[in-house]
Ligand binder design. Sequence first.
Ligand SMILES: [Zn+2]
Ligand SMILES: [Zn+2]
Length: 180
Amino acid sequence: MPAVNDAFNNDDSVLGRFLTTAAHLMLYAIAVIAVARLPYYLGIDHWAVGFGEFVATLLVLVGVMHNVHRRLCVRCMQEVPTDPSGRVQRQHRVLWFNHELATTRGILVYIGLVVGGGLSIRVFGLPRAAHLPIDAAFVTSLYSMWLHHRLRPWCPYCRPWDDDDAIEEPSPDPVVKATR
Ligand SMILES: [Zn+2]
Ligand SMILES: [Zn+2]
């Protein structure tokens, strides 16, 4: 999408600078979304919480667009964890989850959980805490997008599609990578 490409990281325009800044607030926005669910579980419905969630959701949307339509930009690279190979090993399930969300089965299960779960809580009048697994899946999916974008060069689940020769490649050495 050229329009999206041009919009991001175009430091000559105010909108470009704004979008770039907004996109890189994604991790904070995800944290806000997660924290904003706490009052909900406690039975507190305040407009300020709803407003905070709304703003955070907008920031996350800009962040998702940036992750999907841009390769790693300079700001994204600065956010790459200092020990990417170690981070991949520790959080490979999150990366796996991100790849699952790109499959038809993953999308169907995800939508079934989020929409079906949300509806059944209303229909059966379940306690608000029943929303917890749905929110956990939602927040994890957002975080997995953020993390995967930054760890893409190290992601073991990206490999099978681009090496037809099935070469077993070890994860790149972060020290060599950083000095290049
Ligand atoms: Zn970026
Ligand atoms: Zn991947």
